[in-house]
Design a protein around this ligand. Structure first.
Ligand SMILES: [Zn+2]
Length: 457
């Protein structure tokens, strides 16, 4: 029945309708992650006529829940005529495809292609390194994604092909624009896939269907950044949004960065902490924020990925609400939440607390265990406040006014005897005890009278 419902989300800010111009196409994102902390997000509309860079106002971006719309068909509306290419100001964007399509499940094979700039000879790693990175054993990406997705996805069938040379020198792909290097991601993609095409059939991953994603390994720096996102393109007869990453040597020397960029390829934005500084890389509990912080070190593949927060797992369909405890407005419930890397559990994987303003909390348990979590900052309950329209929807909550980074991280992990009290609806989350695989937690709504009297919201 649901499939007959076309969800339409309409966002409109400050539009004085004289004449409205419309265009339909596929929404593409590119997330740039800088080696030195730079962060860039670009939005494109791929139309039949070409590719537009979408320009939204700040107000629009703060309210637009478009971060789950990678690869979706949308209609943009503008007060200015729609161009064939270049930058387009957008006043309205409509999703014209079922929102449930953000699930990622099953076989997700990727291919790594390795491309050398014509004027750069070095091959930082060999084909065996890139092939081994996909292994289904601890430290390999197939093993990693199976664990992180609770066996919802695998990347079995992923493979790497050997180095090929690009037709042009690095400066053609990474021109200096206004004094800084700016990688031409489209040209890099087009030339790297073309140069590798004799080595790989992009339409056949050996499982009867096309590769899901393409990791492009380059032999020198791009611009500031490693990049991940999606690209609408025709390869070996298959036209679709490919999951794509653009990786310089510093990124593939730490598999956690590759995991982060692949996460963008799966449609995820960043997670953040609550310090309000805009830097989206300082949530040390999430590979989609701090890709390598407090990560497990592998002697071949460097810092490995950690888990991702429960709101992202839920968005991708890697956990469902039957596996968690969903609080009600009058809840007072004690539940056991098992640590996030458990392969299976009869306890809760998470708790979710919906709030009256439309935002919500996720409550998860983290322990220093296993192949990807054993170097975490600490052990306890970690709570994210999630506002879906925010550029980083989940922010890990902390006790107030930390004086240092370590104090802030300490405030983000709730231990036995500690209680988080929410300032929106007055829920409390009290950590009662440690259990064999997690924590016993009491989740309680506090009635309005006490809330009004006792808490400063
Ligand atoms: Zn990123």
């Amino acid at each position: 029945m649901m499939k007959n419902i076309w969800w339409i989300l309409l966002l409109s800010f400050g539009v004085q309708a004289n004449e409205t111009y419309k265009k339909e196409g596929v929404l593409e994102f590119e997330y740039g992650d800088g080696q030195h902390g730079e962060y860039i997000t670009r939005y494109h509309l791929q139309t039949d006529a070409g590719k537009l860079s979408l320009n939204f106002s700040d107000v629009f971006m703060k309210k637009a829940p478009i971060h789950g719309w990678l690869g979706k068909r949308v209609e943009i509306q503008s007060q200015t005529p729609i161009k064939a290419s270049g930058e387009q100001r957008v006043n309205v964007i409509k999703l014209i495809e079922n929102v449930a399509g953000s699930n990622v499940s099953g076989s997700q094979p990727w291919v790594s292609i390795a491309c050398k700039f014509n004027d750069v000879a070095v091959e930082p790693n060999d084909q065996a390194y890139f092939n081994g990175m996909y292994a289904n054993q601890p430290g390999g990406l197939d093993h990693y994604w199976r664990e992180v997705s609770h066996d919802t996805i695998n990347v079995a069938g992923s493979m790497a092909v050997d180095w090929v040379s690009l037709p042009s020198d690095r400066e053609v792909y990474v021109p200096v624009i206004d004094g800084s290097e700016d990688a031409d991601l489209d040209l890099l993609f087009e030339d790297c896939t073309a140069a590798s095409d004799h080595l790989v059939d992009f339409s056949d991953a050996g499982n009867g269907s096309a590769f899901a994603g393409i990791n492009m390994m380059f032999n020198d720096d791009l611009d500031c950044c490693a990049w991940g996102g999606g690209k609408w393109y025709l390869l070996d007869g298959v036209q679709k949004v490919w999951r794509v990453t653009w990786e310089p040597p510093w990124s593939y020397s730490n598999e956690g960065v590759i995991a982060h960029e692949m996460g963008h390829g799966f449609g995820l934005p960043h997670a953040n902490n609550s310090d309000g500084d805009g830097n989206p890389y300082d949530n040390v509990w999430d590979v989609m924020s701090s890709a390598t912080g407090f990560a497990v070190d592998d002697n071949i593949y460097g810092r490995l990925g950690k888990h991702i927060n429960m709101s992202f797992k839920r968005r991708l369909g890697w956990v469902n609400d039957n596996e968690g405890y969903i609080a009600q407005a009058d809840s007072d419930e004690t539940v056991i939440i098992d640590e996030t890397s458990m392969a299976s559990t009869t306890n809760e994987r998470f708790a979710l607390i919906p709030l009256s303003d439309g935002s919500y909390y996720t409550v998860e348990a983290r322990m220093k265990r296993g192949n990807y979590e054993s170097n975490l900052y600490g052990e306890g309950i970690v709570i994210h406040h999630v506002i879906e329209g925010r550029s980083e929807p989940p922010w890990v909550v902390s006790t107030d006014n930390p004086q240092s980074d370590n104090e802030r991280r300490e405030g983000e992990v709730w231990k036995v005897g500690e209680t988080f009290v929410d300032g929106i609806d007055g829920f409390s989350v009290e950590v009662l005890s440690v259990t064999s695989n997690g924590f016993q937690v009491r989740i309680k709504s506090i009635d309005d009278l006490i809330f009004a009297d006792g808490f400063d919201s």
